[in-house]
Design a protein around this ligand. Structure first.
Ligand code: NAD
Length: 554
């Protein structure tokens, strides 16, 4: 088995790694030394000549060259380390590195307080390019803030004391337990709740969250589609971990989002005597987490809930951010509450049975997130988006997880800075102004949410160009990305005037101002008072579909 050590500079990865390898008879690999050997230069020299980007490219290649995790030697116990790999402190920032380091390997995070790290680094002769300027302890705090969610995906080991103590703590863990299945990629403790992202980790993480909450049993709220696809498997896994289950089934799809359904479900919770501090576990797509979240917000004036999204849209958007709602005859999502889940468990493995149409539609929100400010997300979508939508294997097995991580993180950052949607969170409405109007004109059903948003994204890009906010190349990038994903291509049969009527109603509802979020060169801006004639012209063009020669369909 391979052991991986991650952590901030000064956490002792090299020393602990050497000792671990020596004691188990394994090989010690320090990725920074491997990079220097391959490049024939010091890391400091690589940073000087090629910058951080050059160094990161070498680092990625070095981690890739580790190959698959070493198999256990015949007869060796689970705790015999074949290789001990110490990584550079920033290696985990790249999701692909994290995947490679965690897949089949057991990763430990050497954690120590900033002051201790600073004290060790002050004694060290090694130059750390990213910490070269300013106060060391402050620099370390900054790094911790940016990277803790990546380190915390590994098992935490206290590294405040001498290296021997950390070595023993790791050996103790290795003796004590087998490697957990799955690949944990991110674990963030945010003010808006915990978020765990990992492939094949859902059951273990639900179990851990229920234990953390001191739950007596697992009260699951789900719906038949998600239950048949993945829910029963999770239920069986929870039962095998000793949990008694109570399952409340809501109807499938949008039909779950009705007040009458919430009333019946609340009656079920009362019947099985769910108490005020008892969490419910919502397992399903965006409609289910909207409804179950609203149930949690209102049952006994609010109980805790965990979200386990099972659709693409749910994982990178709907289950994050605490907006819960049901529909009434007067409109979709008109009754709801902000009620943050205590944790969101995002497991891309749960998407395996999802139909292609739902995968593709969910990716429209990822395109939106990329346009709002993550160029790398756009690159991954360009390279792997079509394969991800089709449910095919991608050249990089971690591509799907990277798309979800990046899109989800963009949303979470905006939600964290503006939980009640009073400012920057409105950026997330990019593509939703016309998208929502099209969805409403279609009668909420024929078009999936993401499909409608994709038309809205084209409209925002075209309006942005006409209003001078969106450079033409940026608009073209957005359009070609949607072409690659086969989104918003077909002409739509909904009458233009009906779509514009919905926009006019929205405008009335928002005090006479319709605010459009528009793309800029690498971010977004807001435009008020967009001339109605221009909206009509652009909406009409979008509804007409994409000319077939422009959209080279995959
Ligand atoms: N709260 C928010 O911030 C927010 C944001 C965006 C969208 N939404 C809401 O999300 C809803 C749409 O979400 P959705 O597209 O996930 O719809 P959904 O929940 O209706 O799921 C779509 C379909 O997929 C099935 N399904 C679920 N998981 C599956 C799996 N793993 N494999 C196979 N099939 C599976 C479901 O049974 C359903 O038939 C809308 O109600 C929308 O208003 C909410």
């Amino acid at each position: 088995m391979d052991i991986v050590l991650v952590g901030l500079p000064g956490s002792g990865k090299t020393e602990v790694g050497r000792r671990l390898a020596a004691r188990s008879g394994g090989t010690f690999i320090d990725t920074d030394r491997e990079i220097e050997r391959a490049a024939g230069r010091s890391i400091e020299a690589i940073f000087r000549s090629d910058g951080e980007a050059g160094f990161r490219a070498l680092e990625r290649a070095t981690i890739e060259a580790l190959g698959p995790a070493a198999a256990d030697a015949p007869g060796a116990g689970d705790h015999a380390a074949a290789r001990v790999i110490a990584t550079g402190a920033g290696a985990v920032v790249d999701p692909r590195n994290r995947w490679r380091l965690a897949d089949g390997r057991r990763a430990f995070w050497l954690d120590a307080p900033g002051a201790r790290l600073a004290e060790r680094l002050e004694r060290s002769p090694t130059v750390r390019p990213l910490l070269a300027e300013g106060d060391l302890a402050t620099g370390l705090e900054r790094l911790r803030h940016h990277r803790e969610r990546f380190y915390a995906a590994a098992e935490r080991v206290d590294a405040d004391g001498p290296p021997g103590v950390a070595v023993e703590a790791i050996e103790e863990r290795l003796r004590g337990g087998h490697m957990a299945g799955g690949v944990t990629l991110l674990r963030a403790g945010l003010a808006i709740g915990r978020v765990v992202l990992g492939v094949g980790v859902a059951a273990a993480e639900i179990d851990a969250e229920l234990r953390r909450a001191g739950a007596r049993r697992a009260v699951i709220v789900t719906e038949p589609g998600a239950r048949a696809a993945v829910g029963r498997g999770l239920e069986a896994a929870l039962a095998s971990r000793g949990w008694t289950l109570e399952v409340v089934e809501l109807p499938q799809g949008e039909a779950a989002k009705r007040l009458s359904i919430i009333e019946t479900a609340a009656g079920e919770l009362a019947r099985v005597r769910v108490e005020r501090d008892e969490p419910i576990v919502a397992i399903g797509g965006g409609a289910l987490t909207d409804a179950a979240g609203f149930l949690a917000a209102t049952y006994q004036r609010g109980i805790p809930w965990l979200a386990v999204p099972t659709t693409m849209l749910g994982q990178l958007d709907a289950a994050l951010g605490g907006k819960t709602a049901v529909d009434i005859d007067a409109g979709k999502n008109l009754v709801g509450a902000f009620h943050l889940p205590s944790a969101v468990i995002v497991d891309p493995d749960l998407l395996a049975p999802l139909p292609v149409r739902d995968r593709r539609a969910g990716l429209a929100e990822a395109v939106k997130d990329g346009v709002l400010g993550d160029e790398r997300l756009l690159e991954v979508l360009q390279a792997d988006g079509a394969a991800i939508a089709a449910g095919h294997r991608t050249a990089e097995p971690s591509a799907l997880a990277e798309v979800i991580e990046r899109a989800a993180w963009l949303k979470l950052s905006l939600v964290e800075s503006d939980p009640l949607e009073r400012g920057d969170r409105m950026a997330l409405n990019l593509g939703h102004t016309l998208g929502h109007a099209i969805e409403a004109a279609a009668g909420f059903g024929p078009l999936l949410h993401g499909e409608a948003v994709a038309y809205g994204l084209r409209a925002a890009a075209r309006l942005g160009v006409r209003l001078g906010s969106t450079p033409a190349e940026r608009a073209e990038r957005i359009e070609s990305m949607l072409d690659t994903l086969s989104l918003a291509i077909d002409p739509l049969p909904y009458p233009l005037d009906e779509v514009l009527d919905v926009l006019a109603t929205d405008k009335k509802r928002r005090g006479g101002v319709l605010r459009w979020v528009l793309p800029t060169a690498g971010a977004w801006t807001v435009a008020d008072g967009v001339p109605e004639a221009l909206v009509r012209e652009v909406a009409s063009g979008v509804l007409a579909g994409r000319p077939v020669d422009a959209a080279a369909r995959p």
